[in-house]
Design a protein around this ligand. Structure first.
Ligand code: ZN
Length: 120
């Protein structure tokens, strides 16, 4: 993907993120900063994510979406955005315009979905 196009997708991802979590996350983060002695379990990444999910009261679907958006944002940072996580081929931009947080190209996504269906 051309580097000049990244800011467009980044902005979209941030928009989606804001629509999911709004300002709630900022509030949580600033309140955690104020704690002089955070509990040990809060410093654990998984526990923190779980707490965040509870605090945001996100449904499972929105939560999965949020994680994908975050993944996509970190891919933009490390320069791998727009690449399929499975076959490492570029994901078509047309697809990214519809689903900016797409992890896989259409072929791999279909295969993964078929596999999921045959393994209940
Ligand atoms: Zn692929």
């Amino acid at each position: 993907m051309e580097a000049s196009k990244l800011p467009v997708f980044k902005a979209r991802l941030h928009e989606i993120r804001t629509s999911l979590v709004g300002d709630v996350e900022k509030v949580i983060k600033s309140s955690q900063k104020d704690m002089s002695a955070p509990a040990p379990d809060i410093t654990d990444g998984a526990a923190q994510a779980y707490n965040l999910q509870l605090m945001l009261e996100l449904g499972e679907q929105d939560w999965q979406k949020l994680k994908k958006v975050d993944d996509a944002l970190s891919k933009i940072k490390n320069g791998s955005y727009g690449t399929c996580s499975e076959c490492e081929q570029p994901i078509p931009e047309a697809r990214l315009e519809v689903v900016p947080f797409a992890e896989y190209c259409v072929n791999c996504m279909n295969e993964i979905e078929n596999e999921a269906q045959s393994n209940p």
